[in-house]
Design a protein around this ligand. Structure first.
Ligand SMILES: Nc1ncnc2c1ncn2[C@@H]1O[C@H](COP(=O)(O)OP(=O)(O)OP(=O)(O)O)[C@@H](O)[C@H]1O
Ligand SMILES: [Mg+2]
Length: 336
């Protein structure tokens, strides 16, 4: 079963529903893509990928996606040189989707898993389950996500890596090294990684805990664990121009003079909240994801101010509404 767009799979997910690649699809990359042609990155790199694009675990291409060169190169190094790549940055800056969209263009299967506190060791490793076979109850080992992924040509993405439980993190630590084998003690088996298995993670903090107060529920990461990530890259907010570009690409009917001015002001407001946050004036920041949903909500409610309240203002502390209204006034000349 293909993963739903942008929906990481959760703890209760049944891996047997995921398509295994044995037999049906090429499991070793069988072509090379030019990085310049595919991602518009100014490098002469060629990266391996797959010709066949039928594997249901390949993410869908988002044609409007704007690749950030530094992030894209880090991800590509991960795919072509089997590096473990971690992307860190504020929320909604496009970390998860960057990996997904690179995979989509290389026709590389990609599965994301949210490492929140609901994920347990057994979800990752597998567990004995009681099932019915020919009318009889039997206990059967049900493979977890990690052994499944390790044995398939798939890019596994751990989202919210810094929210994972410590016991779970130690399980992951074992497979972080490129040759990292996984021993399933109860099953008496050692699993070797498939040559096209890749591992990525996205995180809001760099594993040193959260000093901003924005990322409640994150954990400090063990330094031995951090040390095993070969590449750590940072994706924070893009420039005003790039962010406006993304919004326009996703909302082509806004590509009028008025529409462009509106979006530019919306992004400007988002930047003000980010500045205000840095200066300690407000405690909620507007992410690109929120800007996008504000634009979409404006189209639904045909009212920008109302949409703003629902998309952002209502998430903010009431004490800070005044400051945010002032930002709004500055960008749009309107009192909320
Ligand atoms: N460069 C981009 N081009 C096009 N769309 C983008 C880009 N960056 C982000 N987006 C859009 O912004 C939204 C948020 O992106 P994404 O979920 O990848 O963020 P994230 O950094 O993983 O956030 P979180 O830290 O909350 O998990 C998505 O809808 C995505 O399509
Ligand atoms: Mg994410």
């Amino acid at each position: 079963m293909p993963q739903q767009d942008n929906e990481p799979i959760s703890a209760s997910f049944d891996v047997t529903q995921l398509e295994s690649n044995s037999g049906k699809y090429t499991t070793i990359p069988d072509t090379k893509f030019s990085v310049r042609d595919l991602f518009g990155v100014d490098e002469d790199w060629e990266v391996p990928g797959f010709l066949n694009d039928q594997n249901p675990n390949i993410p869908k291409i988002d044609k409007t996606y704007q690749f950030d060169p530094t992030t894209t190169k880090a991800i590509l190094a991960g795919f072509s040189h089997n590096r473990r790549v971690m992307i860190q940055g504020y929320h909604g800056t496009g970390k998860s989707t960057h990996i997904e969209q690179v995979a989509a263009r290389l026709n590389w299967a990609c599965v994301r898993i949210n490492l929140d506190s609901h994920i347990s060791r057994l979800d990752l490793l597998g567990k004995d389950m009681i099932t019915l076979k020919e009318g009889k109850q039997i206990t059967e080992y049900k493979q977890g996500l990690l052994p499944w992924a390790l044995q398939n040509p798939v890019a596994l993405v751990f989202d919210e890596y810094d929210a994972g439980r410590p016991d779970v993190m130690f399980v992951i630590q074992r497979v972080l090294e490129a040759e990292g084998r996984l021993t399933l003690l109860d099953q008496n088996t050692v699993i070797r990684p498939h040559p096209a298995f890749r591992l990525f993670s996205t995180t809001n903090t760099v594993g040193l805990g959260d000093s901003s107060g924005l990322y409640h529920g994150t954990q400090q990461l063990n330094q031995g664990q951090m040390d095993r990530w070969n590449i750590v890259t940072v994706l924070n907010y893009l420039s005003h121009k790039d962010e406006v570009g993304i919004m326009l690409a996703k909302n082509p009917d806004m590509k009028t003079k008025q529409g462009k001015e509106d979006i530019s002001a919306m992004v400007q407001l988002a930047s003000l909240t980010r500045e205000g946050f840095k200066n300690g004036d407000i405690s909620t920041v507007m992410s690109p994801r929120t800007v996008l949903s504000w634009i979409e909500n404006t189209a639904i409610f045909k009212n920008r101010e109302e949409a703003f309240k629902m998309s952002f203002l209502n998430k903010c502390d009431e004490m800070e509404h005044m400051i945010i209204s002032e930002y709004y006034q500055r960008c749009f000349g309107v009192d909320l």
